[in-house]
Design a protein around this ligand. Structure first.
Ligand code: SAM
Length: 221
């Protein structure tokens, strides 16, 4: 097992996709698909925490001219995404580069027209999440878009079904993958504090999964 920061999903790479589908059906995929129309027609896009590469294939199929940086902390996830890309035979107009690491692997000068965080932000406790989100916000161009898909805290108190699912996810991935968070973050507070406004929202899986697009409010950026 490599000793790299946040690389614990290396251990589950061989079965993560099947497990997610078993529990949530196609809800996690549908949430990510709903974000694709919000990508620019061309430009640089960061996919961070994309996992085994399903989302990458969808980006290639979106008919856009994107320069994609695919950044993931788990070597086995990145390797799977790379293999998928190498086997991808359909025509596309994208350039793709792969990078192993966390947000810390971004260069200070790197800027993106869109940042995609697919089921990434729920992994971190508040302070770490704040640092991660600050880094990603700094990598977004002033008119850029943050494409977010994740598990979302439902009404308080959450229904028993959500409580059980969230508890099982954090227990399992805490033990196996070293996930430090114990509960779903208050994403709205984090996005608000960074000056982001929501421009699109769609819910899946009875509201437990949300796809959202955020932009930097000119007044605050
Ligand atoms: C819960 S999985 C989601 C995978 C994929 N997005 C999906 O929905 O199937 C989280 C992914 O984020 C990656 N990851 C975790 N922390 C990261 C970080 N700080 N920087 C980049 N990737 C990270 C993991 O290796 C894993 O591939």
């Amino acid at each position: 097992m490599p000793n790299l920061p946040d690389s614990g999903f290396h251990r589950v790479a061989s079965f993560y996709d099947r497990l997610a589908r078993l529990v949530y059906g196609d809800a996690l995929e549908q949430a990510q698909l709903s974000l694709l129309p919000h990508l620019p027609q061309q430009g640089r896009v960061l996919v961070i925490g994309g996992g085994s590469g399903w989302i990458l294939e969808q980006l290639l199929l979106a008919g856009k001219q994107l320069d994609i940086l695919y950044l993931d902390a788990a070597p086995a996830m990145l390797q799977r995404a790379r293999h998928r890309f190498e086997r991808f035979r359909q025509p596309h107009q994208c350039m793709v580069s792969f990078r192993l690491g966390t947000e810390q692997a971004l260069q200070p000068h790197e800027q993106f027209e869109a940042v995609i965080t697919p089921f990434l932000l729920d992994l971190f406790p508040p302070l770490r999440l704040q640092q991660l989100m600050q880094t990603l916000a700094a990598a977004l161009t002033p008119h850029g878009r943050w494409l977010f898909a994740d598990f979302w805290p439902m009404q308080q108190p959450p229904p028993l079904r959500q409580r059980l699912l969230v508890w099982s996810m954090y227990s399992f991935f805490g033990f196996v993958s070293g996930v430090k968070a114990k509960q779903l973050p208050d994403y709205t507070a984090h996005f608000n504090s960074l000056g982001f406004k929501e421009e699109f929202s769609r819910s899946f899986y009875e509201g437990m999964v949300q796809a959202k697009v955020f932009y930097l409010s000119p007044a605050l950026s």
